[in-house]
Design a protein around this ligand. Sequence first.
Ligand code: AMP
Length: 563
Amino acid sequence: MDYSQLVETYKKLESTTKRLEKTTIISNLLRETKTEDLRMIVLLLQGKIFPAWDEREIGVASRLVIKAISLATGSSANEIEDKWKQTGDLGLVSEHFTTGKRQKTLFSQKLTVKKVFSNLQKLATLEGKGTVTKKIQLLAELLTSASPDEAKYIVRTVLCELRVGIGSGTMRDAIIEAFFDEKDKETVQIVQNAYDLTNDFGEVAEIAKAKGINSLKNIPLTVGRPIKVMLYMKAKNISDGFERVGKPAAIEYKYDGFRIQLHGKNGSIKLFTRRLEDVTAQFPDIVKIVKGLIKADEFILDGEVIGIDAKTKKWLPFQNISQRIKRKYDIEKVAKEVPVMLNLFDAMQVKGENIINKPFRERRTMLKKITEEQPNKLELARQIITSDEKKAEDFYKESLKKGNEGIMMKNLEAVYKPGSRVGYGVKVKPTMENLDVVITGAEWGEGKRANWLTSFTIAIIDDDKNLLEVGKVGTGIKEKEAGLTFEKLTGLLKPLIISEKGREVKVKPEIVIEVSYEEIQKSPTYSSGYALRFPRVISLREDMSADDCSTLNVLEDLYQNQR
Ligand code: AMP
């Protein structure tokens, strides 16, 4: 397929905000795409070159793109930077300079999607010394052959800024429209499930086209490739919890740590966060525990890692261990200083058998069979099974006393549903629920804070993963000391800056923080229609991405229930 055909689709997608129209535009393209090209096209439509489960990223800096535009168009880096300052979008800049470039028809050839995709993949996988020049050449080669339109979208893709507005719901519906006659609820469920298991719409589209709906129903789990984890809704209190999950229910401690998905095969262990990031290297202690105490050749398990105080052996809240998730150096040393333990609460695959469609009761039994518990190292989530509200209430109090966040109440007969908040389990927590929000903008400070970003614009998401702002937050972050400082946040956000205007900057939505607040108010100021009153930063959620943020539904629910 010519790249220009994909570009026509991008343009059509940009010309409408209506989801149904977007769905049809995408499905038309998918139908015309050869099976062997589907993965590529689906990824590029989403502005990606690797699926979500793949660790690799494009990771190209604006500087490099400027050099490539310069090389391809013969314009100077200064001219390009000036234009960039005016527009804030290197895509437009590249379009502009490509329009004006000298005719190089002699060297240029028609760009195919394959060529664009393979150059971008090469660019992303080059590593080490001397690769910068190579990367510039790979990109410049594309830009030289590109039309102005094509140049714009290539640059936006490289910078992960393709803003054609397709959420995962739209992609799912487009695949259905392209390959199936039925568009009923069941079909939607099957395709959604297939995505939650593979984290790869390209693969889903390929199977849908080549093999049909039955193959989508039976996607095998692969050890080493993370699946989306099951999520839980919030119940108001214990009786509400029972109403939602039924009686008797399994009730468990809700540990205050971070979610971990364990994959093991023949002694090789991998650990993934809920945003599918591989954190095996960061947790040699957990790997050792799992190797020693899980008695199965093959498994995929679900659990929570929590911190324990090295001296008192008491459980510590999440903030204390968050630094370990992204740690790149001195890993063994911090593992000693900040010890952790593993609490397992579910199993998706045991001894090679996919058990996500078995009831929770059975999954827990199978988990228990392969787990050799050892205090403060590896335990099954503490659990009772009861229909008695008084017993549940006592268990809840006991859990809080131990420093946990609350309890989980789970339906004993429910299957494991990757990725969805279906209500097969609910959480009960005492406080006004904190929100996980993504930073979309910030403001440079003044005076002695002039080198730091200080006030942060924060957003939640709707069902289509659109970002909706809910306010600005600056309190809760430290000036010095350990923990989350302005310096640290500034360091994280600086490479993500998309545009600057006066003291205000806009950033790519990648950094997620947990915030508390006193109240939710209706507000016309922010795009969500709500504002958080007195928000305060609690912690950096390095285990989450923008897709994991609190949703508008949750916010509206909290708003309704706060009075
Ligand atoms: P929340 O993040 O508030 O939606 O609560 C759900 C999270 O609680 C899960 O993603 C887990 O990380 C964590 N959690 C702690 N203990 C348990 C448990 N026993 N069962 C399930 N999730 C748990």
